[in-house]
Design a protein around this ligand. Structure first.
Ligand code: ADP
Ligand code: MG
Length: 231
């Protein structure tokens, strides 16, 4: 809780309150699993992070002006160590093409999360002036707006309520293992909903926080992309 408070006050002191950098640390402070990696502002540093990670990596542009990174080609999956430099330069030039005056913080390098064995979900919270903090759970990834398979509760939620959310979406059978696939770690999802619920209850300054995707795999969950807006 103390660490979370420090992170949030650093965010509040800045103009930009929509960055993923601190958001990842915030989740970490609340025990929500995030992929190994980091954010850097030079290709050599990107390579250094990649070399600490086994196998290929994912690289993403980090800019407060680019909210949907994949829309502008700002997410590269399966980047081998040899291609880290090129990928870095390419991500930055794509961002510049998209918006010449965009503020570019750098590039995020992450371990690859196995999407084939998992399900991309979204867990989020949005502070509603009338109802308070609204928790959202649903099918995530880049199709979230198209499919709109989501359910809501006002935070804080009990464990049974969080569990009910994972049962309510149309895609619930997918979580339990459809068509010979292994079931995903639904307990981990429930735990994540509860931790997020606790986080927004502890910190009223959090206006909006979206984990999209929270990849739910057979052996655990991982918060791959986070967006945070503070008061
Ligand atoms: P944005 O939502 O801004 O487009 P994301 O970080 O959510 O950016 O990445 C978009 C998609 O790329 C994700 O929904 C997921 O399918 C894939 N992806 C992102 N990071 C990883 C990762 N570490 N491992 C595997 N796939 C990833
Ligand atoms: Mg995303």
């Amino acid at each position: 809780r103390d660490r979370a408070r420090e992170i949030l006050s650093a965010v509040e002191d800045r103009e930009d309150t929509r960055l993923g950098v601190e958001a990842m640390e915030l989740l970490d402070a609340y025990g929500i699993e995030t992929p190994q990696g980091g954010i850097v502002d030079a290709p050599a540093d990107a390579l250094e992070i990649a070399e600490d990670i086994d196998g290929d990596v994912v690289m993403k542009i980090v800019s407060p002006d680019i909210l949907h990174k994949s829309d502008i080609g700002g997410v590269k999956v399966g980047v081998s160590h040899e291609n880290v430099y090129d990928a870095y330069e390419d991500l930055v030039s794509r961002a510049r093409n998209y918006q010449p005056d965009a503020t570019i913080i750098g590039v995020q390098v992450q371990e690859m999360v196995d999407l084939d064995a998992g399900v991309e979900t979204i867990v989020g919270v949005n502070r509603d002036p009338q109802f308070g903090p609204l928790l959202l759970f649903g099918l995530g990834g880049i199709f979230v707006e198209t499919l709109e398979d989501t359910t809501f509760r006002v935070a804080p939620v009990s464990r049974p309520e969080a569990a009910a959310m994972t049962d309510e979406i149309d895609a619930a059978p997918l979580l339990r293992g459809a068509r010979g696939r292994d079931p995903v770690d639904v307990e981990g999802v429930v735990e994540t909903i509860q931790r997020l619920s606790q986080l927004v209850t502890d910190f009223p300054a959090i206006l909006e926080l979206d984990i999209n995707p929270l990849v739910a795999g057979p052996d655990g969950v991982s918060a791959v992309d986070v967006r945070l807006t503070v008061d």
